[in-house]
Ligand binder design. Structure first.
Ligand SMILES: Cc1cc2nc3c(=O)[nH]c(=O)nc-3n(C[C@H](O)[C@H](O)[C@H](O)COP(=O)(O)OP(=O)(O)OC[C@H]3O[C@@H](n4cnc5c(N)ncnc54)[C@H](O)[C@@H]3O)c2cc1C
Length: 435
């Protein structure tokens, strides 16, 4: 079928695919690959469209995996699950939970497809834990010539395709290593930013999962500490009334209103940011891990996130603090800081080094170019690697300097897709031409 106009979640990327394939099985994926190839078109797989970069946008053929969902097998002895690519993290978490299992770590939301989230290096926070791609132990793909392959640790295709940006082939199944279900004991409270910065490393490594948010004009940070505890040993979840008040009203409806006012009246934005920081209140609660990790984001924003060596975080935040007041347009959204352990995934933003993530955001429709460029320059100078799914300015030449296995990814891509079926101008921009 023809596609009409497709938009990403933020509404900042649009495309009109010549044709959209909606596979319901692996045979349909093979047929889509062959159809695109026969038409001389390119083919881009896509998930929930939550990337801010145009990775899933195409004017060629689009392969929308959202109808290819479900669990193919789940082994509670090995704690492994084989899942279809278009399954959302939310649906996967529910099934795992029902079988006494969980993903070891998760990001902020669960609306992404498993394949889409893994393909861009989606991560949560935890100094001893890696992102989602580190939890993948095997992949099944359909390659550009229509063949099906299974790959796992030690295969070059696996190493390249885990965080593969949809450039190596269409992932049809992922096998994930899970852990026994666990709960989180969450303590969230505002703390003076200066205290947070005084012992950054101690803070970020001192608990299983730590992150903090900071409204750029405020002196307070909202610090979230999550400790892993056995199911049944966590405090009670927030009551339904408090969840409604804090998530629906304060974090979404009221915050959305503040952003709209700040966008319309830029001079009010700085005092409003202080108001937003001031309403942050302390809370302590517990719940199954996935219910604490993921929240609903209804206020639309645009994001740029950089992975910097953990030991350079303080200097990067210092520069960020200095640059925000000099911007022409005010910043309406908080900064988020998280951490991850070093991993060995070829295109993982945490490849080979303990990592701190600094995410900057702007309310959708508010000016962001100067802010994102200025912070991008700071983070890039500190050796930063941009999140593949979030806005950044680096091209393949610059990215190649930051990933020791970049050329290996390009070699594998040349081997499995010599004709460039899965490439397009944006992929060429970040990975370079196929040959
Ligand atoms: C509100 C919000 C919150 C977010 N929170 C976090 C967070 O906490 N942590 C974090 O790291 N990121 C976060 N992100 C970014 C998000 O996790 C990534 O952009 C992710 O890739 C989105 O998944 P998706 O299913 O929407 O994939 P899409 O954006 O649709 O696609 C992403 C990439 O995956 C490829 N792809 C999709 N399916 C397949 C397949 N079957 N085979 C091969 N390639 C495929 C596409 O070609 C594309 O390159 C957030 C984004 C938003 C909008």
């Amino acid at each position: 079928m023809g596609g009409g106009t497709w938009h990403n979640w933020a509404g900042t990327v649009a495309a009109r695919p010549a044709r959209v394939h909606l596979p319901r099985g692996v045979d349909d994926v093979v047929a889509a690959v062959r159809a695109a190839s026969a038409a001389g078109a390119t083919l881009r797989p896509r998930g929930s469209g939550h990337s801010f970069t145009p990775l899933a946008a195409t004017d060629g053929h689009a392969l929308d995996l959202r109808g290819w969902t479900g669990i193919e097998s789940l082994d509670t002895t090995t704690a492994r699950v084989r899942v279809r690519a278009g399954t959302t993290l939310r649906a996967l978490n529910a099934v795992l939970d029902a079988h006494g299992l969980a993903l070891a770590n998760l990001g902020d939301i669960d609306a992404q497809t498993v394949a889409g989230a893994v393909a861009t290096g989606t991560h949560g926070t935890g100094a001893r834990l890696g992102g989602l791609a580190t939890q993948v132990v095997a992949l099944d793909l359909v390659l550009a010539d229509g063949t099906r392959v299974a790959c796992s640790a030690g295969d070059d295709l696996f190493e390249a395709a885990r965080v593969g940006l949809g450039a190596l082939g269409v992932v049809t199944h992922l096998t994930l290593q899970c852990v026994p279900a666990f709960a989180l004991h969450a303590v969230e409270r505002p703390e003076p930013l200066d205290d947070v910065l005084a012992d950054l490393d101690g803070l970020l490594t001192g608990e299983d999962h730590v992150e903090f948010y900071w409204f750029p004009y405020g002196a307070q940070a909202l610090v979230k500490r999550n400790r892993r505890v056995p199911v049944g040993e966590a405090p009670a979840p927030l009551s339904a009334a408090r969840r409604f008040l804090e998530y629906d009203v304060l974090e979404n409806a009221a915050f959305g209103t503040l952003c709209r006012v700040g966008r319309a009246l830029p001079r009010a934005a700085v005092p409003l940011g202080r108001v937003a920081a001031g309403v942050l209140s302390a809370r302590e609660y517990g719940d199954r891990s996935h219910r604490v990790f993921a929240t609903t984001r209804r206020v639309r924003f645009v994001e740029s996130e950089w992975a910097v060596p953990r030991e350079r975080l303080a200097e990067v935040l210092d520069d960020l603090r200095r640059l925000v007041p000099r911007l022409e347009h005010p910043v309406l959204f908080p900064v988020e800081v998280r951490v991850a352990a070093a991993d060995d995934v070829w295109l993982s933003t945490a490849h080979g080094r303990d990592t701190a993530y600094v995410a900057i955001h702007q309310y959708v429709g508010a000016p962001r170019a100067e802010y994102f460029a200025a912070f991008g320059a700071v983070a890039a100078a500190a050796g930063g690697r941009p999140h593949w799914g979030k806005e950044h300015h680096l091209d393949a030449a610059a990215l190649a300097q930051r990933y020791p296995r970049f050329d290996d990814v390009r070699r594998v891509r040349r081997e499995v897709d010599p004709g460039g079926l899965f490439t397009d101008p944006y992929l060429e921009h970040v990975l370079g031409p196929v040959s």
